[in-house]
Design a protein around this ligand. Sequence first.
Ligand code: FES
Length: 154
Amino acid sequence: MISSATRARIDAEIAKYPVKRGALLPALHHVHAELGYVSHESAAAIADIFDLRPVEVMEVVSFYNMFFDTPQPRHHVRVCTNLPCSLRGARTLLAQIESHLGIEAGQASSDGRIGLGHEECLGACAYAPMMRVNDRYHEDLDVEKAKRILDSLE
Ligand code: FES
């Protein structure tokens, strides 16, 4: 479901657009920020607000890789393994992070704290190798710096 605070934020987003549907992505971001994913119940509530069918909302959720439709680990760690980062050691870095966390890319830690993965270019090639932790970029990484960042995550 959607809390009253999130509903108020969605209404404020809707007020910014000439067509209500223009606020669908911001609304999904607000739901995502509250729950960590877009549940089917939330999608149904969003559909009601936007005069859509729930499946239309889920189509948008499934299109963008920043939205999830199932409960997620608390932190999303994504190491860029595209060519420029790989030339600067990203694949070795990812292997070292996997070893440090005891999980492989595509898995989550057993305590649900960290979900690890890799991504294609995140647009920060000049600062390779880099990783994204949730919405924050960490650049010019080496394994010790990456470990410090990961160990500081709650
Ligand atoms: S290749 Fe890694 S940020 Fe571009």
